[in-house]
Design a protein around this ligand. Structure first.
Ligand SMILES: O=P(O)(O)OC[C@H]1O[C@H](OP(=O)(O)OP(=O)(O)O)[C@H](O)[C@@H]1O
Ligand SMILES: Nc1nc2[nH]cnc2c(=O)[nH]1
Length: 180
């Protein structure tokens, strides 16, 4: 088993880059069908979504726009339970077809907050694309999760944009912690 260390913690390979990219290609095809004749606005949630957004957007063939915003709720490995203010959310989303792009939905707290704020700005539609979803960790019901890359167990993962204490975002593959 391919193992690596990020800071003090050991991780093992979980999803290889090739597997990730194949899944993203399928998500892109699905979106191109769903948004035919429209011009969706993809809003990436920084920092974690930057690689997913880059690879996903290359699969999109309908006209589209891209923006990024930021909200931080995690320190180390556990949720603080608090979501900070949204920073950089585009102002002019009224009437737009918005697709929120996340790297991971864990408890769902971050996304619940983002969806509430975005819907107040009266977009024509909102959907969510997340590369990873931990169904057993969800504490908040989310109805707009249209495009899920992989459903994964409730384990801490790192790589392909996801960090452990700021490190590991540059890893091509996704790894899971070997112990809690
Ligand atoms: O569903 P939740 O339990 O709210 O967790 C999901 C959030 O946690 C991660 O962000 P993080 O706060 O780690 O910031 P980052 O993207 O900069 O790593 C991830 O990108 C989501 O936004
Ligand atoms: N890196 C990382 N960030 C997260 N944010 C919420 N869950 C996770 C996770 O499993 N890994």
């Amino acid at each position: 088993m391919h193992k690596i260390k990020v800071e003090d913690k050991e991780f093992e390979i979980f999803l290889e880059n090739d597997t990730i990219n194949k899944r993203i290609r399928l998500l892109g095809i699905q979106m191109n069908v769903d948004y035919e004749g429209k011009c969706p606005l993809f809003i990436g949630v920084l920092n974690g979504s930057f690689l997913f957004m880059a690879d996903l957007i290359k699969e999109i063939t309908v006209p589209c726009e891209i923006a990024f915003m930021r909200v931080a709720s995690y320190e180390g490995q556990s949720s603080s339970g608090k979501v900070k203010e949204l920073i950089g959310l585009p102002e002019n989303i009224e009437g737009r077809d918005v697709i929120i792009v996340e790297d991971i939905v864990d408890t769902g707290l971050t996304l619940t907050h983002i969806l509430k704020t975005i819907k107040e700005k009266k977009p024509a539609s909102v959907s969510v694309s997340t590369l990873l979803l931990k169904p057993s960790a969800l504490k908040h019901k989310i109805e707009d999760l249209e495009y899920v890359g992989f459903e994964i167990p409730n384990e801490f993962v790192v790589g392909y944009g996801l960090d452990y204490n700021g490190l590991g975002r540059n890893l091509n593959d996704i790894y899971r912690a070997t112990e809690i």
